[in-house]
Design a protein around this ligand. Structure first.
Ligand code: SPV
Ligand code: MN
Length: 645
């Protein structure tokens, strides 16, 4: 269990402002009349106390209340250029931001959940006792904004009024962070009070980059105070470490789903996208994938792209599963983004029109941003996050593999803005789970029951990527969400089982596994590398769209339902005008039983180490394993899909 508002409220203990009267006095002293007038629009006392304590703690020279107006946005953009946090690129509206070389991804080892005694924290996360974090914040965040302007913005993580939208305050001394916040989130200054009243809670985030020097990065910290739904971030700028409205608040939203709205809500690390099926029908998908595994690309394959990173879900009274995107923008990995794989995104990055912040790419002599895999010949030279770069520097990549682009989703050609703004949410009919799996699971398989679907999410494994500093090897990534789940894995599994198993959800989604990382080497192919191409995902999603509406039949296997060759062949032809030989289908969809069983054994062993895990998960593993072993006895260790029809 997690108890809210328990233990010392670190922000108020360090800030020292205890009453609304003290808060108002402080505002009078610290804010100029313009910003004092702005803040007067916020009346929620708890929120005002948070802001007052952040001011008292950080001691900025000036406080700027960001209303989200065009004028405010322009001022922050200009200040960012003046301060040097961003620089202009050749194309209008495009800027470059560099994070320190030591701050190029989420700092897993410096990110902590603050915990109270006896509180369960996920075995896959780092935690620190409350008094220790309190001491750190007191030592390092007091006066951290001296000489700087503090920005305060009020946002909604989701369309205003939607059931699972949660308001949040972002406080930062970084213009880059605030510029990013405006591209990625809905400023809801005018609606903030009403939203807090509706939802009954809000999140608070306090960040300062401090002097922004490499020598300070070892003392950088990213803290999530779950009890008080407040984050603290210091001595860093990478948005995943600093714009904590994103992943810091996603972590709090997971707590809400697990402990406040158990079985009624979920907070997922998922894209949301719509696919157009026969006769123009729209079918919306949500899909989980660990960071750096193609989630953005998959999302943009849809005809009606909504979001690429997060989904707030609930069960609506009509029995459907609804979702909203807490974001309105993209903070996407840019490596390997090129015209062939990502035409919509490339248009925003290479043509004028969109406001884009590039981070940690290379800037060539002409002010053009360049990155590994952008499809252009290597430039002669340029400047990247490490300094001067020349073509002769063999082995030194021109851009960091976790280089990113930040832009509003509405800039992307296939974005459906109306759908992303709808407070009624989006009816989700298909959920996919993916990871980087080179040798075991087929490109798609559909769960035969809700519990089996939950087991697909529980069993994601993936190779480490550049999004997390210091990560290596192949790791378990249940629901692709474990970096952001603070509570125990047992509680999280229960939240999943009770959500999809909830009898109020009368219109259940299709739950499916998705894997486009199978290799020739693992499947006895005569080529090299990936079996298939990035664009094949059009077909995988297209088949799921048809299956969901009963327009194609599937083949039953112990791990779930898989497509028939003829349906895929047709879709390859229709969707991407590509030949799909049956030999490739056979390689992709044959069951390599020993691999699959080993995968189940590994998952089962890992889950057995947790306390009190639901028997429903083990029942799925056992049933699948028994089915696989029986199949092996009957047909051998590698079973072709054609043998199962
Ligand atoms: C991810 O790494 O999953 C991201 C970017 O979406 S970050 O904000 O760093 O989490
Ligand atoms: Mn993400």
């Amino acid at each position: 269990m997690l108890e809210f508002k328990k233990g010392v409220d670190i922000l108020s203990a360090v800030g020292g402002i205890m009453t609304i009267g003290e808060a108002r006095n402080l505002f009078e002293q610290q804010l100029d009349s313009e910003h004092l007038g702005r803040l007067a629009l916020i009346t929620n006392e708890e929120a005002l106390l948070k802001v007052a304590n952040a001011i008292a703690m950080c001691a900025p020279d000036r406080v700027y209340v960001h209303t989200g107006s065009e004028e405010d946005c322009a001022i922050v953009r200009r200040m960012s250029l003046e301060k040097g946090e961003e620089k202009k690129l050749a194309m209008t509206g495009h800027t470059i931001h560099f994070d320190l070389p030591e701050d190029q991804g989420r700092m897993v080892d410096q990110t902590f959940y603050i915990y109270n005694e006896d509180e369960q924290v996920s075995s896959l996360a780092k935690k620190e006792p409350r008094d220790q974090s309190h001491a750190y914040v007191r030592e390092h965040m007091r006066g951290i904004m001296q000489g700087k302007t503090m920005f305060v913005g009020f946002y909604s993580r989701g369309p205003v009024g939607a059931k699972a939208s949660i308001p949040a305050i972002e406080i930062s001394s970084s213009t880059y962070v605030m510029h990013s916040a405006e591209l990625l989130y809905r400023n809801c200054f005018a609606d903030f009070d009403a939203e807090v009243a509706r939802r009954g809670e809000f999140f608070t985030n306090v960040h300062s980059e401090g002097p922004n020097r490499s020598e300070d990065v070892p003392k950088a910290r990213i803290y999530m105070d779950r009890s008080w739904q407040t984050t603290f971030s210091t001595f860093c700028t990478y948005a995943g470490n600093t714009l904590l409205m994103k992943k810091g608040n996603h972590r709090f939203a997971s707590d809400c789903a697990m402990y406040k709205h158990h079985g009624e809500e979920l907070s997922e690390h998922m894209f949301i996208t719509g696919m157009t099926g026969p006769d123009g029908r729209k079918t919306y998908f949500a899909g989980a994938a660990p960071s750096g595994c193609g989630k953005t690309t998959t999302a943009m394959v849809g005809s009606d792209f909504v979001g690429d990173d997060l989904a707030q879900m609930w069960i609506e009274q009509d029995g459907t599963l609804r979702a909203v995107n807490p974001e309105i923008g993209i903070f996407g990995i840019i490596e390997d983004v090129n015209l062939e794989g990502d035409p919509y995104l490339m248009k925003c990055l290479r043509q004028p029109g969109a406001e884009v912040i590039f981070s940690n790419v290379l800037v060539d002599e002409h002010g053009k941003p360049r990155w590994t895999g952008d499809g252009d010949p290597l430039p002669e030279k340029g400047v990247n996050y490490q300094g001067q770069w020349t073509k002769e520097m063999t082995g030194v990549p021109l851009s960091h593999p976790n280089s990113r682009c930040t832009l509003k989703a509405e800039a992307v050609g296939n974005h459906n803005k109306a759908v992303n703004a709808d407070p009624n949410g989006i009816v989700i009919k298909v959920i996919t789970y993916s990871g980087r799996d080179s040798n075991t699971m087929p490109p798609i398989w559909v769960a035969k029951s809700m519990d089996a679907g939950v087991a697909i999410g529980a069993s994601i494994v993936s190779k480490a990527t550049a999004a997390e500093i210091g990560a290596s090897g192949v790791n378990r990534q249940p629901w692709a969400n474990t970096p952001f789940v603070a509570g125990s894995m047992t509680d999280y599994l229960d939240a999943q089982l009770n959500f999809y198993g909830n009898e109020k959800m009368t219109r259940k989604p299709v739950l499916a596994g998705l894997n486009y990382f199978l290799t020739h080497e693992a499947r006895g192919g005569n080529g090299k590398g990936l079996l298939g191409e990035k664009k094949d995902v059009h077909v995988w999603l297209g088949w799921l769209e048809l299956y969901t509406h009963g327009d194609v039949q599937a083949i039953e296997t112990p791990i779930g339902m898989i497509p028939k060759y003829e349906d895929l062949e047709k879709l390859f032809n229709e969707k991407i005008n590509k030949e799909y030989p049956e030999s490739l289908y056979t390689m992709q969809f044959s069951l390599y039983i020993d691999n699959v069983v080993a995968r189940i054994d590994l998952q089962e062993a890992a889950w057995r180490k947790e306390q009190g895990v639901s028997g429903r998960l083990f029942a799925v593993y056992e049933e699948q394993k028994a089915g696989l072993l029986a199949l092996k006895a009957a047909k051998g260790a590698i079973v072709k899909p054609q043998e199962l029809r």
